[in-house]
Design a protein around this ligand. Structure first.
Ligand code: FPP
Length: 233
């Protein structure tokens, strides 16, 4: 796959969020089991994250596992969880070398205690870095909003847009400017419901395991062709 090295974003595009859809279809098209699509999907996730940082994007967010994904066949859930676990084990040193902060978005309570501990550890080790990699695991936008309401109710803090944003899993992370969804569906599927309020949405038929640097560049160029008005004129 062609790597594009001579491309840069500007300050209008600081955060890109990805809905990585189409792993199952990609595998099926090749006569493989669905988990095989997820295995390739992880490699694409790592490449796309690094490409974004190389091009000057400050924050990237990837939707890896939703609160609804537990309904999938147990073998598929197990594969995704073990891919996540494997990634968490090996990503630490590389993220630190690259100056990237890792943050998990989602409800950690349903995760295996060992995995949770390793996620906490990489979050702690990397928390002073400026670039951000958010991975949404056991994440749902509605669940996140309810979680934030509970936190604010418990703390008694005044509720306003700023305090609410800070109480979300994304905490102080800037909102996404662009949300990219692969594999043809045109919906947010409970992803970053609060944070994506003003994001530009980009949908492509390309399946996630096929998503290339060129596809990313096309999405970014499409973003630059739009005028963001934030409700103004
Ligand atoms: C959507 O494709 C993909 C997912 C629900 C899981 C994505 C997870 C990964 C790529 C692995 C995560 C691991 C890390 C380290 C980020 P789908 O299965 O819904 O595809 P389909 O719509 O074609 O069935």
């Amino acid at each position: 796959m062609e790597k594009i090295t001579d491309f840069k974003v500007d300050e209008n595009l600081r955060h890109i969020a990805f809905i990585m859809d189409g792993n199952g279809r990609w595998a099926k098209q090749r006569g493989l089991d669905r988990p095989e699509g997820h295995k390739v999907g992880v490699k694409v996730f790592e490449r796309v994250a690094n490409t974004c940082f190389d091009w000057g994007v400050e924050a990237v967010t990837f939707y890896a596992f939703s609160t609804e994904n537990w309904k999938r066949p147990p073998a598929e859930v197990k594969t995704i969880m073990s891919l996540l676990s494997f990634y968490i084990d090996k990503c630490g040193d590389d993220l630190i070398k690259r100056g990237v902060r890792f943050r998990m978005l989602g409800d950690k309570s349903a995760l295996d205690a060992g995995l949770r501990k390793r996620i906490d550890s990489i979050e702690q080790r990397s928390k002073h870095f400026n670039k951000t990699l958010n991975v949404a695991i056991n994440y749902g936008g509605r669940d996140e909003i309810i979680h934030a309401c509970r936190l604010l109710a418990q703390s008694g803090e005044e509720i306003n847009s700023e305090s609410f944003s800070r109480a979300l899993y994304t905490e102080d992370c800037i909102d996404p400017d662009l949300v990219i969804r692969t594999a043809g569906e045109k919906r947010l599927s409970n992803f970053l419901l609060w944070q994506a309020s003003y994001a530009e949405l980009y949908f492509t038929d390309v399946l996630w395991p096929d998503f290339s640097d060129d596809d990313l560049k096309n999405a970014i160029n499409d973003f630059y062709s739009r005028r963001r008005r934030y409700g103004g004129l």
